[in-house]
Write a protein that binds this ligand. Structure first.
Ligand code: ADP
Ligand code: MG
Length: 252
């Protein structure tokens, strides 16, 4: 197992008292797997990603990455936050190579790799443009390339498409799905969109209301072999959608 969450709990200390964000989250991920997490708003999804990324420490349970407890951010993990967080005053090239520079990995080989990613994903003509000159979808691809630049094996994606309109969202999520598969990454995607979770991942983890625990885990079985768009047309899609919808218990 590449990620192993064992009874993970986290209580935030805030001026107004304690907030239990996660109560008991356990699941594992195999190398190369694509898992989505869905759960009610405020249930602790972002908290869970920041724990796996080593940005916070659990108050209970254990998190293992490659069999080792997480103690600090690791180069094995790339984190793509909800906002693309591109720097407006830097051009695209400077944005996508920033992580390499910070880690002093900006060697000619690494930079050639980034150039190839820009080329492959249709952005090389935009290398010298500012983020504001790009569409929302192109910005998301840049944010992904910046995350891939340091060659992490694991990608943590926190609602990466939520700022996009529906059409853009469909095409960018299909794009990003393809990139993640081609690059043979292990990916953990947080989303509040059930259809997105079913169309992109191998398994879907449903969390309860805060403090989060695992409510259900769905293996998407035969859908796994299909691309995101084809899945939306498959008959099983509805079935998964309906069970997850019920588990999310939107009226509770
Ligand atoms: P989600 O991403 O599922 O919407 P979050 O993980 O962001 O939820 O937050 C879970 C809960 O923890 C929320 O009630 C939120 O208000 C609270 N929370 C998040 N970050 C902090 C923090 N730094 N200090 C105190 N409470 C926090
Ligand atoms: Mg969140």
């Amino acid at each position: 197992m590449i990620i192993d969450l064992q009874r993970v709990a986290l209580t935030y200390q805030s001026p107004d008292g304690e907030v239990d964000a996660l109560e008991n989250v356990s699941f594992g991920m195999e190398d190369g797997e694509f898992v989505s997490i869905v759960g009610p708003s405020g249930c602790g999804k972002s908290t869970l990603l920041s724990l796996i990324a080593g940005l916070e420490k659990p108050s209970g349970g254990r998190i293992l990455v490659d069999g080792e407890p997480v103690t600090a951010p690791s180069p094995k993990i790339g984190f793509m936050p909800q906002r693309d967080q591109l720097f407006e005053w830097r051009n695209i090239w400077s944005n996508v190579t920033l992580g390499l520079k910070v880690r002093r990995q900006n060697t000619p080989e690494q930079e050639a790799h980034v150039r190839e990613l820009l080329e492959r994903y249709g952005l090389s003509e935009f290398a010298l443009k500012r983020p504001s000159q790009l569409s929302g979808g192109m910005r998301q691809r840049c944010a992904l390339i910046r995350t891939l630049a340091t060659e992490p094996r694991i990608l943590l994606l926190d609602e990466p498409f939520s700022a996009l309109d529906y059409q853009t969202r469909l095409s960018v999520s299909a794009d990003i799905y393809r990139i993640i598969r081609q690059e043979h990454k292990t990916a953990l995607l947080v989303t509040h969109d059930i259809s997105e979770a079913i169309s992109m991942s191998d398994r879907v983890v449903v969390l309860t209301h805060r403090p989060a625990a695992v409510r259900a885990i769905h293996d998407l079985g035969t859908l796994r072999a299909l691309g995101p768009m084809e899945r939306r047309d498959a008959p099983e899609f509805r079935t998964y959608f309906n069970s997850i919808w019920k588990e999310l218990d939107v009226n509770a």
